[in-house]
Design a protein around this ligand. Structure first.
Ligand code: ATP
Ligand code: MG
Length: 261
């Protein structure tokens, strides 16, 4: 068996060791170890049902919201165990933000969508600073120019691609360290997709970013590291260029060449 999981490095923002996830009796993740650093966008690829979303959700404890889900193993953020009883889960989810497949803005104004997190986390002492956080987040999410004159309009009135950038702005507004994206472009047209990909490039280095995608070209375009999942295991993890041109495992090659999936 190949040991292609990186050993713990001081640069790792997040580390998972031998993570297992069960839904009731059924085991969905069978011992996954991975390191995620600040410098690289990591893509998770693999056939439907192999556990990409399940594993992604372990990284900010979103599986806690699924009653039958149980997580084993160790996951650390800056060396701190995120499953320890002293971990504040609300705080954790601000530090490790998530963007979902279907854009899910709150039924509130564009402004309030972005201001929501900073308000509940007490990040802005006054209105002027909150305004600034909202503007900066929308700028960074590449949405400011499109919405600056309509901040009081409902977030749900935006186009799908704009809504997804609004959700990214909302995640950014609380100054996260890690951003998890679960197929963020699958509901978007090619132009909106290109905008999100451009945004991922711009956000790289400022946040650790993990993106689940079924789109091989997208994985190749946006990521520097790729993890291939299959049947609840992580088969291979390495430089994206190697995974796509010279995978070590036959199962990876079969998947990226479209033999199954
Ligand atoms: N809430 C849940 N309750 C029970 N089983 C679940 C739940 N969520 C996922 N599973 C099961 O866990 C396994 C992994 O599912 P998961 O959604 O993580 O796969 P995925 O790789 O993200 O798939 P896709 O590419 O289709 O999104 C599947 O067998 C799925 O049926
Ligand atoms: Mg999924």
């Amino acid at each position: 068996m190949l040991d292609n999981t990186a050993t713990t490095s001081t640069k790792s923002k997040m580390s998972a060791r031998d993570v297992k996830v069960f839904y009731g009796e059924k085991q969905a993740i069978k011992g996954v170890s991975i390191d995620i650093d600040m410098d690289n966008v990591v893509a998770f690829i693999g056939p439907s049902g192999c556990g990409k979303s399940t594993f992604l959700r372990t990284l900010n404890r979103m599986n806690d919201t699924i009653p039958i889900a149980r997580v084993e193993g160790d996951i650390t953020l800056d060396g701190e165990n995120i499953y320890s009883s002293s971990m504040d889960v609300v705080q954790l989810r601000a530090r490790v933000g998530m963007v979902f497949q279907k854009p899910n803005p709150f039924p509130k104004s564009i402004y309030d969508n972005v201001a929501y997190g900073p308000r509940i986390h007490g990040l802005a002492p006054n209105k002027a600073e909150l305004d600034q956080i909202v503007e900066n987040s929308l700028v960074r999410a590449g949405l400011w120019n499109e919405v600056k004159d309509r901040l009081q309009d409902s977030g749900t009135a935006l186009s799908g691609g704009q809504q997804q950038r609004l959700c990214i702005a909302r995640a950014i507004a609380v100054d996260p360290e890690v951003i998890l994206m679960d197929e963020p472009c699958s509901a978007l047209d090619p132009i909106a997709t290109a905008k999100i990909e451009e945004l991922i490039h711009e956000l790289r280095g400022r946040y650790a970013i993990v993106i689940v995608t079924h789109n091989m070209q997208q994985a190749a375009r946006v990521s520097q590291k790729t993890a291939f999942f299959h049947l609840g295991t992580m088969v291979e993890y390495g430089d994206t260029s190697d995974i796509f041109t010279n995978p070590r495992e036959e199962r990876t090659r079969d998947y990226i060449t479209g033999r199954y999936g």
